[in-house]
Ligand binder design. Structure first.
Ligand code: T3D
Length: 263
């Protein structure tokens, strides 16, 4: 499939997907969703993949749903937003959360509406200092979707989640990092280098162990302690049989850098 709304490339285990509608701040339309589904399936199917970096072209990361794509004039039939979410946003969030490689959101500029929450669905969010996060939904009478009502209280606590969701104010990336909503905020001049470093790190990491770490952390949201301990036991049992565990221990004993297989 050739793409017009995104760019996708892969080299040395690093897959990159760039949302590419910069004149609309990379807002989502059906075409972009379809292309994203295809590109994410390609990452999942690539045995050589070790990491996905998701970013935006131009000055923004993503401004959420393309509002010019919506028939909202009084004389038009109301759009079925539930159908749009079921068809596009739910599969996107679930695909990002279950990809067999770590997913880095490299937030290069404003992330608003579903654009903010798609970033938060990724495993690590690194943002440039001039980026910001806006739960813009309340400005147009909607609720935070794409997992917003799930991530926000877990990441920043109820009070801040409520403030962000009800006011729709711009949260600068630096403050988002201070609040623990994202992993890191870096000065604009250092952003590209920091993203590259992260990508290279993951490209050489024990991928399956990382993906199972993500799986266990996600499960902790609904498990009690005993269930979580059982899950850790089961995953550790499986990973203990892996080539990467053998290599990690051998490299430690040999005092050399490990050479992990990944997947
Ligand atoms: O509908 C469903 O399927 C349900 C799912 C909903 C999910 C959602 O995401 S709902 C929330 C949708 N998003 C928004 O409400 C955000 C709208 N955008 C903004 O509020 C602002 O653009 C930003 C705060 C993000 C950035 O502001 P600023 O001043 O830096 O840029 P700008 O001038 O507003 O935008 C630049 C251009 O991008 C502009 O076009 P123009 O005037 O140069 O031709 C603007 O219209 C366009 N643009 C920005 N966001 C969107 C958009 N066009 C369509 N849809 C957008 N979301």
């Amino acid at each position: 499939m050739s793409y017009t709304s995104i760019l996708a490339d892969a080299a040395d285990g690093v897959h990159r997907i760039t949302l590419n509608r910069p004149d609309r701040l990379n807002s989502f339309n059906d075409e972009m969703h379809e292309e994203l589904r295809d590109a994410l399936a390609a990452v999942a199917a690539d045995d050589m993949a070790r990491v996905l970096v998701l970013t935006g072209a131009g000055r923004g990361f993503c401004a959420g749903q393309d509002l010019s794509d919506r028939a909202v004039a009084a004389d038009d039939a109301a759009p079925d937003l539930g159908a749009s979410i079921e068809r596009n946003y739910m599969p996107l969030v679930l695909a990002l959360r279950s990809l067999p490689v770590p997913v880095v959101a490299a937030v290069n500029g404003v992330a608003a509406g579903a654009g903010a929450n798609i970033a938060l669905a990724c495993d690590l969010v690194i943002a440039t200092e001039s980026a910001s996060f806006i739960q813009a939904f309340c400005r147009i009478g909607l609720i935070p979707d794409s997992g917003g009502t799930y991530w926000l209280p877990r990441l920043v606590g109820d009070a801040r989640a409520m403030g962000l969701a009800l006011l729709g104010d711009k949260l600068p990336a630096k403050q988002a990092a201070e609040w623990g909503m994202i992993w890191r905020c870096v000065p604009d001049a250092e952003f590209a280098g920091a993203v590259e470093q992260l990508a290279r790190h993951f490209a050489a990491a024990p991928t399956t162990g990382l993906v199972m770490t993500r799986q266990a952390l996600h499960a902790s949201a609904h498990n009690d302690l005993e269930s979580q301990l059982r899950l850790e036991r089961d995953i550790q049992r499986e990973l203990g049989r892996s080539n990467d565990y053998r290599e990690g221990v051998a490299a430690f004993m040999d005092k050399r850098a490990p050479k992990f297989w990944g997947r």
